[in-house]
Design a protein around this ligand. Structure first.
Ligand code: ADP
Length: 908
């Protein structure tokens, strides 16, 4: 290329090559001789050979015909018109080339001389400059737009620029690859592919580190099929490629990738570098801005979430600057971000303010890092304190020093800390005052050495850690329990956990029973590190257990050795336990009793009555006592006084019955004997009356016999007369026989079991024995017809005996009274009444009654007011026992004229 100076010289005509003196045969450039019409006569000069052939022929073409179409227009008219102006003429050259020339025309003899110089390189330079200008403008525009567009539109704007770049330079595929800061690889930020080009890249495509292998100083052309750098070629699919780097202070930060393309000569490397820089620099700066922005947003969000924020001291103005988030969390949304240090300190609770202030001064004066936990001064009534951690440090040095820190809301942590501390203190207190000691024993060479005891050791045992070291601990253990302790340690080391109980001496010399529970802690390799355990003072519990065991033993002995029968049975009468006396009665071993049924030894009636009685037990009235009769093996009848106590579950249902019994058979038997003897005594007593009862019929019969004999001796015997007398005698015989019969019945022993009967039956029997005798003695019998019609349970003969006793006593009182007053008219009244539950038989006389002072005593055995040999004092006491045994009651009161007895019996 011609140098600029030469070109300039040529244009100014100063170049020697342009002087007019230059020999015409070889002038520089092109020299044409023209006639006045503009026909070319001759062509000379160094450029002559570059003109198209038709310009050099013999024909004289017009100058216009040698020019390209565009430049032909600029010369209209004849040569005379073209004088004194610069002519730019483009000739058709050889091989379709255009020869760009510039020159002037001057008269030359008869014609005109046109002198032209080659300005092709000058034009090319200008075009290049224009192109460069264009590039520059375009780069500036792109750069500007990238700088000002919103962050959200950045990808879109950038992609637009890539597209115009591609179109401008006819690049089929273009992309911008950026260095990914996270993984230090290259990534496609944006790409464009013309519609007829293959898409070599995708947005966000990861290129790995393959671009690192390119030299990042200058654009790089990759020719298809030349794989001196295979990774790089593979990025371009092994086709033509062109890469332009962008370097910033850190090194290559971006690559412009042009695929299926090779650089064109009119765009220099410098231009490419500039163009790429125009795209990449603002893009990277905007992306950094975006990252910074996001970072800021994250920090702000974090500050908001944590209730924290930065602050910076401004000592020059005695001010502090606070992050907006901090103002917000301090409840100072309206406050200024810069405020006086004093105003800020006012926010702090007075208790912490001075300390914080002094530390702030230390920070400023000494550069001492600040760390303090402070409470906020609160005006509201909520007493939960708000805690902040204030931390600060000095940044920079010298004049660039800054004092920066943050405040963090630690109320949660602080309050939890306080709560935990309080809980800890409570726990410590609890342990210290409980009968428990927590200990740690360190593992040293196979042995466990005490390393820690909780404070409760001292109050509990009076020892300290120093008293309980490895050697002395064993000496504190009860000699009898030392083996237990050694075994405990062995088991702990072997199995990792142990629970044992041994005695340990306290400072006073007393032994405590300790329950020891320990666990072995191991390190990562499984080697023992230490044992953590708990001593629980179980002295009281152990002694109490011993106590219970002893008392249980005593009760067991008591139950076993008791002469009473003791047992437990279920509501269906199945025994669950019975002691030896019970087993003896039932003729088996105590161990055989569980499972047997008590009902086996009861008659059907007794069992029914028993079950019914048990079913009436309730949680409120769980106890019932009764006399039960049993049919025991090898014995006749047994009478047991049996006391039951029900055990109930939480719903009040009977679960079990505990019973205590005593054999009452002997008492029963003697009672029966007593009753019997009393009966006999009654009979004896009634002998006079009975003699009268029997005498009466005998007298009647005697009279009849005497009268019959008299008639027989007088011979006046009629059949009717005889028949009538014999019938009378028969009636009297029957009457006497009835009396004797009843006496026999009465004299018999009572039945074993109680039977239902009508009480009127007993009254009848009594009257058959006593009625006539009493009447014979002049006692009026006032008997209200007995229409009881109800049944009672018991023994009819015994109730008869009671009635006999009452009537005999009444008779004695009446006859005694008549002995003193012959005018006295004695009577005995008997009447019955009943309601749905009871029947009552009243026996009343007019014998004057009983001395009120004696009323309470007359039922006592052997109490009598009658002379010795007459009264036995047994009648009423036996009668009382009989009535009670039938479930009734015998009572007495003084009536209007005499004693009034009442027999009350439950009806069936
Ligand atoms: P005994 O008849 O052998 O004295 P009892 O036990 O039958 O024994 O009577 C005790 C006492 O009660 C009698 O001694 C008598 O004093 C008094 N007694 C009983 N019945 C009557 C009665 N109907 N009128 C007055 N006293 C009576």
């Amino acid at each position: 290329m011609t140098s600029g100076d030469n070109l300039f010289g040529r244009l100014l005509g100063r170049s020697s090559a342009l002087t007019l003196d230059t020999p015409i045969a070889h002038p520089t450039g092109l020299q044409l001789q023209l006639d006045h019409q503009g026909h070319v006569l001759t062509v000379n000069g160094t450029l002559r050979s570059q003109l198209a052939a038709h310009a050099l022929g013999d024909a004289r073409p017009l100058l216009r015909e040698l020019l390209c179409a565009s430049s032909a227009l600029s010369i209209e008219g004849s040569p005379a018109d073209w004088q004194r102006q610069t002519l730019d003429l483009d000739f058709q050259g050889t091989a379709d080339m255009v020869l760009h020339t510039r020159g002037w025309i001057e008269p030359d003899g008869d014609g005109w001389s046109l002198r032209l110089l080659d300005v092709g390189d000058l034009l090319a330079g200008r075009q290049l400059a224009q192109q460069r200008d264009h590039n520059y403008v375009m780069a500036c525009q792109m750069s500007e737009q990238l700088r000002v567009c919103s962050l959200a539109r950045l990808p879109e704007v950038f992609s637009e620029h890539l597209r115009s770049l591609a179109q401008q330079w006819h690049i089929p595929c273009v992309a911008m690859a950026l260095l990914d800061e996270e993984d230090q690889g290259w990534r496609i930020y944006s790409q464009y592919a013309a519609h007829d080009a293959p898409a070599l890249w995708q947005t966000d495509q990861h290129l790995g580190i393959s671009l690192d292998s390119a030299n990042g100083n200058a654009p790089l052309s990759l020719a298809q099929g030349r794989s001196d750098n295979p990774p790089l070629h593979s990025i371009f699919g092994n086709t033509d490629g062109f890469l332009v780097p962008y370097r910033d202070s850190q090194g290559v930060a971006a690559w412009l990738l042009c695929g299926l393309y090779n650089s064109q000569p009119h765009t220099s490397d410098r231009d490419w570098l500039n163009l790429t820089a125009a795209l990449a620099a603002p893009l990277l700066s905007r992306l950094r801005e975006q990252r910074h922005h996001q970072q800021l947003e994250r920090v702000e969000a974090l500050q908001g979430l944590l209730g924290t924020g930065w602050w910076e001291l401004l000592p020059a103005t005695q001010q502090i600057q606070l992050a907006p988030q901090l103002l917000h969390s301090l409840g100072q949304e309206d406050g200024a971000t810069r405020q006086g240090l004093d105003a800020w300190l006012e926010l702090i609770h007075p208790a912490d303010r001075q300390e914080l202030n002094s530390r702030l001064q230390d920070l400023q004066a000494l550069g001492k890092p600040l760390l303090a936990s402070v409470r906020l001064q609160r005006s509201d009534t909520d007493h939960t304190p708000i805690w902040y951690r204030v931390q600060g440090q000095v940044l920079g040095a010298g004049d660039n020093r800054r004092w920066i820190g943050f405040m963090l809301d630690i109320s949660d942590i602080k309050n939890q800390q306080l709560q935990a501390a309080a809980a800890h203190a409570r726990l410590d207190n609890l342990i210290a005052s409980s009968p428990a000691v927590i200990y740690v024993q360190r593992y040293i060479n196979g042995a466990l050495h005490p390393a820690f005891f909780s404070d409760s050791l001292l109050p509990l045992l009076g020892w300290t850690l120093a008293d309980c070291d490895h050697t002395s601990l064993v000496s504190l253990i009860h000699p009898e329990d030392r083996d237990l302790y050694f075994e405990r340690t062995r088991q702990l080391l072997r199995e990792g956990t142990v629970r044992s109980r041994y005695r340990l001496r306290d400072k006073q010399g007393h032994y405590h029973w300790l329950l020891d529970e320990a666990k072995l802690l191991r390190d990562d390799l499984g080697l023992p590190v230490e044992a953590v355990g708990l001593w629980l003072d179980v002295t009281d519990a152990t002694l109490a257990a011993e106590h219970i065991r002893q008392s249980e033993e005593r009760y067991r002995i008591l139950v076993e050795d008791s002469p009473a029968m003791i047992c437990r049975y279920q509501p269906d009468l199945t025994l669950t336990f019975g002691n030896t006396p019970l087993a003896n009665y039932l003729e088996c071993m105590p161990s055989q009793l569980p499972g047997l049924n008590l009902g086996n030894w009861l008659s059907d009636e007794q069992r029914q009555a028993f079950v019914q009685r048990i079913s009436q037990l309730t949680a409120e009235f769980p106890v019932s006592t009764a006399e039960i009769s049993l049919q025991l093996p090898g014995r006749e009848h047994a009478w047991w006084v049996w006391s039951d106590r029900g055990v109930f579950d939480e719903h009040g249902a009977l679960v079990e019955v505990q019973a205590v019994g005593r054999d009452n058979t002997d008492v029963r038997r003697s009672q029966q004997q007593l009753t019997q003897s009393a009966k006999m005594a009654t009979l004896g007593e009634m002998a006079t009356g009975l003699a009268h009862e029997i005498n009466q019929p005998l007298n009647v019969m005697h009279m009849a016999v005497v009268n019959v004999l008299k008639r027989l001796s007088s011979g006046d015997v009629q059949i009717d007369y005889l028949t009538e007398k014999l019938q009378r005698i028969d009636a009297q015989v029957q009457r006497a026989a009835r009396v004797v019969d009843h006496m026999r019945v009465f004299g018999r022993r009572s039945e074993i079991e109680q039977q239902p009967f009508d009480p009127a039956q007993a009254l009848e029997g009594t009257l058959s024995l006593l009625g006539e005798g009493l009447r014979g003695k002049g006692v009026e019998m006032r008997i209200t017809p007995a229409d009881c019609g109800v049944q009672v349970n018991g023994y009819v003969d015994q109730l008869e005996q009671v009635l006999i006793n009452l009537m005999v006593n009444a008779r004695d009182a009446l006859l005694g009274k008549r002995g003193k007053d012959p005018q006295f008219r004695p009577w005995i009244a008997v009447h019955c009444e009943h309601d749905s539950r009871h029947v009552r038989i009243w026996v009343e006389d007019n014998g004057g009654g009983i001395d009120p002072r004696l009323l309470e005593r007359i039922f006592e055995p052997f109490f009598t007011t009658k002379p010795i040999g007459v009264g036995t004092g047994l009648g009423l006491s036996v009668s009382y026992g009989i009535v009670e045994n039938m479930g009734g009651r015998l009572s007495v009161a003084n009536g209007e004229e005499g004693a009034k007895f009442c027999i009350e019996l439950p009806v069936l």
